[in-house]
Design a binder for this molecule. Structure first.
Ligand code: P70
Length: 460
């Protein structure tokens, strides 16, 4: 059944024209981009679903806040506003701004990880995995098995498999596990939420073995919304109360604020109460990111972030936001297009393994579908599958990902219902000719995070 579209809780004051190229022009552009959508000029994209990161529309309040930027090198007013706001929302004593999520990872990971150590996460996102590996450690994913079955409903497919977590800790030795990481929502599993119960259980295990628990908090507000609407006992709690409880279970968080805090640039590190850890974080922040009171951001960015943190946890906003995803998903249901079900918070993850069963993982079905969507309608998504996962750091062999997704990430407060219909119609058209779509091979790739810059060509 078609899900009702929840009307925007805002009106539009400023518009940004976008253009459509012809089909022939798009074919030429994608060939010139070596079939890597990151190489496309944004001008040549009609609906840009490459990422929900840094692509949201700021509010009048946020833009007004930008004018109040205090650009002092040290102790800016905006820094104080941001720290106070974040302390209230997360209930943590120490807050360190950085320029984006991976900067937070770069600062934090080497404090806990080194060669011989492991990080275990419900799932590592690509930059998180990269920083675990750059620190010399190894990353282990430990998501619940329900996540692997994209067809069947389960309310919290982002959860940690806590039984397996205990086994892994016993097997590798607690002293060798540098960090347990909870990514909320679980991006790589399809923007799937983690339940409060699972956060609690994971935190008890971490405590028992004396391993620090870190939240990768990019989409914390969407996760809180799912807890409120899906988990028993939380229906009458406010998003604020839910957020406070979620963070109470961890010792620290890293956050890309470019997602749920609706800013174009920004990140945070939060530390519950460990002063010694805060000292270490400061010592790494100063050489990597800049002085502690700006952390790689301008004063105006800190202000926009302080305001965005509050807007991102507004229930009516979140209801509209998740409502958009549910509407798009319901259009795909009508057409029988497979995706990670139920739809995630920030993106719909089309199950390319099922839509293009004739393309094996090493010919990158998720990437093939992403290219096809661009050709079809100028829509830019990205592969979240074996193409993104890359090669084993020890053997150099192509790894097989659990999923072969084409991720269509929806920027916040940017696209309308009609845009969502264009996306659904394009996927329906592609489904009709799915058999004729070919796989890809890589002609050049870098060592780390290859999906951003690798070059590909279709296999004839
Ligand atoms: C995305 C972006 C970033 C991210 C994340 C989680 C759970 C940390 C970070 C790093 C990155 C991306 C991926 C594909 C295409 C474009 C961009 N996720 N943890 O879109 O944060 O980007 O601020 O350094 O999802 O999911 P940052």
């Amino acid at each position: 059944m078609k899900s009702k579209y929840i009307a925007e809780p805002f009106r539009i004051k400023m518009v940004e024209p976008i253009k459509t190229l012809s089909f022939e022009e798009r074919l030429k552009k994608i060939e010139e981009a070596h079939y890597n959508l990151f190489y496309l000029d944004s001008e040549d994209v009609y609906i840009d679903l490459l990422s929900d990161s840094g692509t949201g529309a700021m509010s009048t309040e946020q833009w007004a806040g930008m004018m109040k930027g205090d650009e002092a090198y040290s102790g800016s007013v905006n820094y104080k506003h941001l720290v106070k706001t974040a302390q209230e929302i997360f209930g943590y004593k120490y807050i360190q701004p950085v320029h984006q999520g991976r900067a937070a990872e770069k600062v934090v990971m080497p404090i806990f990880l080194k060669p011989g150590k492991y990080a275990i996460a419900n799932m590592h996102f690509d930059t998180t995995r990269a920083h675990v590996e750059i620190a010399g450690a190894r990353a282990i994913d430990c998501v619940v098995p329900e996540a692997l079955d994209t067809k069947t409903y389960s309310p919290f497919k982002g959860n940690m498999d806590t039984k397996r977590l205990v086994k892994l800790i016993e097997e590798y030795g607690a002293e060798n596990i540098g960090l347990i990481i909870m990514t909320i929502t679980n991006n790589s599993a399809g923007g799937q939420p983690v339940s409060m119960e699972n956060m609690r259980e994971t935190s008890e295990i971490a405590k028992k073995y004396n391993i620090p628990l870190l939240i990768d908090a990019a989409r914390f507000a969407e996760n809180a919304y799912f807890i409120k609407t899906r988990e028993k006992g939380y229906e009458n709690k406010s998003i604020r109360e839910i957020v406070l409880e979620m963070f109470s279970y961890a010792q620290l968080f890293t956050m890309s604020s470019k997602k749920d805090a609706i800013v174009n640039i920004g990140g945070l590190i939060g530390i519950k109460d460990d002063e010694e850890l805060y000292e270490k974080v400061k010592s790494n922040t100063i050489p990597y990111e800049g002085f502690i009171s700006y952390g790689g951001l301008a004063g105006r960015d800190l202000e926009a972030l302080a305001i965005g943190l509050k807007e991102g946890i507004d229930f009516n906003y979140l209801r509209y936001r998740i409502g958009q995803m549910e509407y798009l998903a319901s259009r795909l249901d009508e057409a029988g297009i497979p995706y990670q079900y139920p739809v995630g918070g920030h993106a719909i993850f089309i199950d390319a393994k099922r839509l293009l069963p004739h393309i094996p993982y090493y010919e990158f079905p998720g990437q093939a579908l992403a290219v096809e969507l661009y050709k079809e309608a100028g829509i830019r998504g990205c592969d979240v599958g074996s193409y993104m996962l890359g090669n084993d750091p020890d053997t150099g062999k192509q790894l097989q990902a659990e999923f072969e997704f084409t991720r269509l990430a929806v920027p916040r407060r940017v696209y309308t219902q009609a845009h969502l219909d264009v996306i659904a119609d394009a996927l329906i058209a592609i489904k009709e000719r799915a058999d004729s779509i070919k796989g890809y091979k890589i002609t050049w790739e870098p060592k780390i995070l290859r999906h951003f810059t690798a070059k590909l060509k279709p296999i004839e």
